[in-house]
Design a protein around this ligand. Structure first.
Ligand code: PLP
Length: 381
């Protein structure tokens, strides 16, 4: 045998992976459903195998149900929620387009950053972290800025606030502007009606309401959005996320190679969506709402309060709990993790040190988790 002078410096001999049994009650990822974990270990096939194409078709159809849309252009982006977020902007923004972003927390800021990177003339309409925009705020900003796109975060995970969507599309139509929404924390946890709400572009993730590991992220464009994409003067400035070419892989007629789909992540997403279909949207939304209310009652019984005061404006899947005066938020989160194997997150930006962010999403939105977390919090505090 011929041998080569192999450098052994980095030949790390390590143990078989054995991760701690965390209960993920932070803003995401949430624990994957056991059936999803089983599905992900299914045997691999090729990304153009007829059996995989069936999986792709099923995912697209169940995504349409979950989002309540008939948009033909509905598919999962390979990557996490930020990849799907970037895909909306990369495809729809042309240099110089005015993009109005509703900034009610960190993810609005991320939209501002991304839209700017694609050459948008970015304008902002904002509210302090924990509040939402009124229809008046939106109407005035549309009048002032006359944007090509209005981008809103439906469920602002950094603050726990749920942006009401009623009436927004009518304003957008009146201003001939596309409506783009972030549904990363709201999909499959909170009522969403993409078609009824007149949404033109939406994205989400797999690791929250869909009870999957991160990695395959829902994405949908309306006919109006596709028309804007069609009118583009230049190429989409992001090769990987270019929907004009990626469409040829997802399109039933062509099915030509673009990039290798993350096969097993798609198996997971399919199972996560099957769980949504089995449960039914109304039942699922009601479960998230009921468990959120149970959690809020438990907090209140302990003398704790929610950062978002109006329960109707709270994201059912993600509660921001105000940290009582004199309590070290980080230390409590550390104790929850180290002594109880429970992950919750702290706040950041305007809410750094002021809140804990607690997620009850998808498979984790269960009474037993609420009882456990409240009991652990009680012991610690
Ligand atoms: N948008 C919102 C509202 C989010 O909560 C997140 C992540 O938590 C993202 C976008 C980005 O998603 P990801 O972290 O999966 O890339």
């Amino acid at each position: 045998m011929k041998t080569y002078p192999v450098n052994e410096t980095h030949r790390l001999q390590t143990r078989q992976l054995n991760m701690p049994p965390r209960l993920l009650l932070g803003p995401g990822p949430s624990n994957a459903h056991p059936r999803v974990l089983q599905a992900i270990s299914n045997r691999q096939v090729g990304h153009l195998d007829p059996s995989f194409i069936t999986v792709m078709n099923e995912i697209q159809e169940m995504l349409r149900y979950t989002w309540q849309t008939s948009n033909p252009f509905t598919l999962p982006v390979s990557g996490t929620g930020s990849a799907a977020m970037e895909a909306t902007l990369a495809n729809l923004v042309e240099p110089g387009d005015v993009v109005l972003v509703g900034v009610i927390g960190y993810f609005g800021e991320r939209l501002v950053d991304m839209a700017g990177r694609y050459g948008a003339d970015v304008r902002r309409v904002e509210r302090p972290w924990g509040e939402v925009l009124s229809l008046d705020d939106i109407s005035q900003a549309l009048n002032e800025h006359k944007p090509a796109i209005l981008a809103l975060v439906h469920a602002e995970t950094s603050t726990g606030a749920l942006q009401p969507m009623e009436g927004v599309a009518e304003l957008c139509r009146a201003h001939n502007c596309l409506l783009l929404i972030d549904t990363v924390t709201s999909l499959a946890t909170t009522p969403i009606f993409l078609d009824e709400w007149g949404v033109d572009a939406a994205y989400s993730c797999s690791q929250k309401g869909l009870s999957c590991p991160p990695g395959a992220s829902p994405f949908s464009l309306s006919e109006r959005a596709l028309a804007k994409l069609d009118r583009r003067q230049g190429k989409v400035p992001n090769w990987y996320l270019d929907m004009t070419t990626l469409a040829n892989y997802w399109d039933g007629r062509t099915r030509s190679y673009h990039h290798t789909a993350p096969i097993n992540s798609m198996y997971a997403l399919r199972e996560g969506l099957r769980l949504v279909v089995e449960e039914g949207l109304n039942e699922r939304w009601a479960r998230h709402q009921a468990n959120a209310e149970l959690f809020w009652e438990g907090l209140s019984a302990m003398g704790l309060s929610c950062h978002v005061k109006d329960p109707a404006l709270r994201i059912p899947a993600l509660t921001t709990v105000s940290v009582p005066d004199g309590v070290d938020a980080k230390a409590v989160a550390g104790q929850l993790l180290n002594e109880y194997n429970i992950e919750v997150a702290g706040g950041f930006g305007q809410l750094a040190g002021k809140v804990w962010r607690v997620g009850l999403m998808g498979f984790n939105s269960r009474k037993e988790n609420i009882t456990l977390l409240l009991a652990a919090l009680k012991e610690i505090l």
